[in-house]
Write a protein that binds this ligand. Structure first.
Ligand code: PMT
Length: 235
C-alpha cells in the first residue's frame, strides 16, 4: 500500500517570530511511518515542525501551517491507498499574519482568528476506496467524542487517546489508545510504546484493506507533486 501519514503540530504564524501551535512532537506519527515501512509499505510522511529524524525509506514533506498540510495531503492523496491523520492540526489561525515582527508597544492585545479547514472533512469527497484513519486527542470522555468525530469525518478507524494521562498522548514515548470502527466493537489496547501502538494500527489497517479488497496502487502511479510550493507561508 501507499500510506500517507501526517505527524506533529502545525504552526499558525502571528508574525515571523510568534505563532499558535500545540504540544505535538510527531513521535506518534513518525512511529507509524517506521512501522509501515517495516511492514513493506510505501510511506509519505507529511510533517509539521518537529525535530525527529526521518524514518529510513519514507518520503518526507515538511510543512508549517494547516493550510500547507492541506495542500500536501491533497497533492499526495490521489496516489494513496490510506491516509492516517495523526497530526495535531491547529483549529484556528490569525486572520492576519504580519511579515515583520510586531512591536509589543503597538500590537493589539487581542488577535482575530479564522477557523482552519478540517483536512479530513475537506478531502472526504475524494476518499473513494481509500482508508481514512483519524486520531482523537481528548480529555474528559475520550470515547464519546472520538466516536462522534469518527462518524462526522466518515473514517474507517479512529484512534482515541486520553491526553489527560501523563503517560499517553502528547510528547511521551508511550500511548494508551482505543481503536474505534464504524461497524465493529471498540478495541482497548494496553499502555504500549508508541512503536508498538503503531504496529497494532498498521496490522489493523492491513486487515481492513484486505477486507475491503482495495486494489493496491503501483508505485509508478504516484502523482509527482511538487513539494517546492509547500514551503512555509505566513498568510
Ligand atoms: O506527536 P506526539 O507528541 O507523539 O503526540 C501524538 C498526538 C497526541 C498528537 C496524536 O496521538 C493525536 O492524538 N493526534 C490528533 C490530535 C488532534 O488534533 O485531534 P483532534 O481531535 O483535534 O482531531 C481529530 C482528527 O481530525 C485528527 O485525525 C486530526 O488530524 C484531524 N484534523 C483536525 C483538525 C483539522 N483542521 N483537520 C484535521 O484533519
Amino acid at each position: 500500500m501507499k500510506i500517507v501519514i501526517t505527524a506533529g503540530p502545525t504552526r499558525e504564524h502571528i508574525d515571523p517570530v510568534r505563532f499558535i501551535s500545540n504540544r505535538s512532537t510527531g513521535k506518534m506519527g513518525f512511529a507509524i511511518a517506521a512501522s509501515a515501512i517495516a511492514h513493506g509499505h510505501q510511506v509519505t510522511l507529511i510533517a509539521g515542525p518537529v525535530s525527529l529524524a526521518t524514518p529510513e525509506g519514507a518520503l518526507r514533506i515538511d510543512v508549517i501551517s494547516a493550510l500547507d498540510m492541506l495542500d500536501a495531503v491533497r497533492c499526495e492523496l490521489p496516489s494513496a491507498d490510506v491516509l492516517i491523520m495523526s497530526a495535531a492540526v491547529a483549529d484556528w489561525r490569525p486572520k492576519e499574519a504580519s511579515t515583520t515582527k510586531l512591536k509589543k508597544s503597538t500590537m493589539a492585545p487581542t488577535i482575530e482568528l479564522l477557523p482552519n479547514p478540517d483536512i479530513l472533512l475537506t478531502l472526504k469527497p475524494s476518499k473513494e476506496n481509500r482508508l481514512f484513519v483519524g486520531f482523537a486527542a481528548e480529555t474528559g470522555d475520550p470515547l464519546a467524542e472520538a466516536k462522534r468525530k469518527l462518524t462526522a469525518k466518515g473514517l474507517d478507524m479512529m484512534v482515541a487517546n486520553d491526553v489527560s494521562r501523563p503517560d499517553a498522548g502528547f510528547a511521551v514515548d508511550t500511548n494508551l489508545v482505543t481503536l474505534l470502527y464504524p461497524n465493529a466493537p471498540a478495541e482497548h489496547l494496553p499502555l504500549l510504546d508508541k512503536r508498538q501502538v503503531a504496529d497494532e494500527i498498521i496490522t489493523r489497517i492491513e486487515k481492513l484493506h484486505n477486507e475491503l479488497n482495495i486494489m493496491i496502487s503501483s508505485s509508478s502511479s504516484r502523482n509527482p507533486c511538487n513539494a517546492s510550493n509547500l514551503t512555509a507561508r505566513l498568510s
